[in-house]
Design a protein around this ligand. Sequence first.
Ligand code: AMP
Ligand code: MG
Length: 444
Amino acid sequence: MTVSVDQPLLSVEAAREAVLAGVEPVGTEQVAVTGALGRIVAVPIVARISLPPWPNSAMDGYAIRSGDTTAATEEAPIRLEVTGDVRAGVAPAVTVRPGTAARIATGARLPAGADAVIPVEATTPLDQDGRPGPRGRDATGPVPIACLVHQVVPVGGSIRDEGSDLRAGSELLVPGAAIGPAAVALLAGAGVEQIVVHRRPRIAVLATGDEVRAPGEPLGAAGIPDANGPGLRAQVVAAGGEAIDLGIAGDDLDDVLTRLRRGLEAGADALIVSGGVSVGPYDVVKTAMDTIGQVGLWRVAVQPGKPFAFGTGTRPTDGGSVLVFGLPGNPVSSAVTFELFVRPAIRRLAGRHDLFRPVDRAVLDEPVTKSHGRRAYLRVTARRDDAGLPVRDDRGRVVVRLAGGQGSHVISALAGADGLAIIPEAHDSLTTGTEVAMWWLDRS
Ligand code: AMP
Ligand code: MG
């Protein structure tokens, strides 16, 4: 497909739809639960065991028979003979018979015959000579000869039933779920050791520009440090991908092509090129995209980021289809178009179903202006209280100001922003107090 400057700009939605249309999750691999933080579930995961695997005590106290306590009161406690001691991690050797109790620790298996646990706080220990010890004394000392129970204990009191948390075979996580710390605990607690997840999508990043210098390289008279290569690779990793560094190409078609082909041979699922995608005399990236595949769309009604280009290519190693993104070189345009179009694609490649940042309601604390006819994503900071938490107005809206200059080269305002305030195409300016939608950049 040939794209030209004569075509009308695409809407953000149309561009995003075109990008996401052909994106399928990448393949799978098996990993240990202990190393699965951040991975995306590919195959439903079920509990290997019930949890708890057997009834156990929720308290330090005494395993008893509920029926023995029906007459117990604070003033007239009933006496039970203590016939055993059940530790956590040891199968109980004692059977609780009428009129008896077994001392039990939290998490220890309930002994046969018992149907309830009385917490130690509601008992008084008796020593060899029948002398009462301190009421509710903690159960660390020698096992008392008997104990007084000061209250009625219902059947099942302070017992965690077998399977009351999880049943063996029950579904724990479904495909698309992201493994967070609590999920790691859940899976480990349910006896699951290995799971099938999507491999991380491999995303190759190429910076372009004769003026762009690698870290440490002298800038000379007309060079600038490469901000986009490192920034985009960080965005890739934060989005759940694995970044492949293709370095920096000059504004030279052969150099760009050689490096992109290197990315394809490395098994990339997507290529990201920054810079050289506009209408300048040395902008070779669209030609390069058309050489390794084809440009499908170019130029979106968005600010910043109008020259955004997207296409597809083919991996020579296995014939697989590869997404190819041409991002504008200005660092803010590069970062924002990544947010809008590349991040959702990486998340879908990674197997996630939730692709977009959560949208919040914000209110402008100062007037703003923007380009005519394009949707603006302004870099904004939220007003915060003394504890550093975002403040909301009486209608529950985050109060935002511009994070700094809104030029597409102003990296400092991008780095200082909490989020992107979305200004619709139809407005050229908005006044203080206008409500706008906002994406938090630190929330997924
Ligand atoms: P371009 O999209 O190539 O026309 O570049 C637009 C602007 O972004 C120019 O001022 C470039 O110097 C700048 N730029 C391009 N690539 C990078 C990069 N990797 N790091 C920092 N600035 C860049
Ligand atoms: Mg350039």
